[in-house]
Design a binder for this molecule. Structure first.
Ligand SMILES: [Zn+2]
Length: 130
């Protein structure tokens, strides 16, 4: 699927958070999600030897904290210019269970596309969070 202007804005939001907030080994990935009515929630991962938590999960919790239970589109951007990364396998399961019609932005910066969450192949957590 082609990106909409709102999708590009979501990539910019996640990129801005990654640049501003992912400046240590504790926070290396930022995620942004948009609701059907246009609200945007962002979050960063929390890395720790005990396992930590992915940015996507933080975004889901942040939205829920504000009473939002429906997310339409999500993108995750890694720090240090690593650009858009797909959610890990654990997050894909969570996102698919919570938001079956979620659209996920993936791909290289010059060829980003939108894929339904159910169509994304699972990726090992270590391949994404590093
Ligand atoms: Zn994850």
């Amino acid at each position: 699927m082609e990106l909409r202007d709102t999708d590009r804005a979501l990539v910019q939001a996640a990129t801005a958070v990654a640049k501003l907030r992912c400046r240590s080994q504790n926070h290396t990935v930022a995620s942004a999600a948009r609701t059907p009515d246009g609200r945007v929630f962002t979050g960063v991962n929390v890395h720790h030897d005990t396992g930590g938590t992915c940015a996507e999960v933080i975004v889901v919790g942040t939205a829920a904290t504000q009473g939002v239970t429906g997310l339409e589109t999500l993108v995750t951007v890694a720090d240090r210019g690593r650009a858009v990364v797909p959610p890990c396998g654990r997050c894909l399961r969570l996102l698919g269970d919570y938001f079956p019609s979620l659209r996920v932005i993936v791909g290289p910066v010059d060829d980003l596309r939108v894929v339904p969450v159910a169509e994304l192949p699972p990726v090992a957590p270590s391949a994404v969070a590093g």
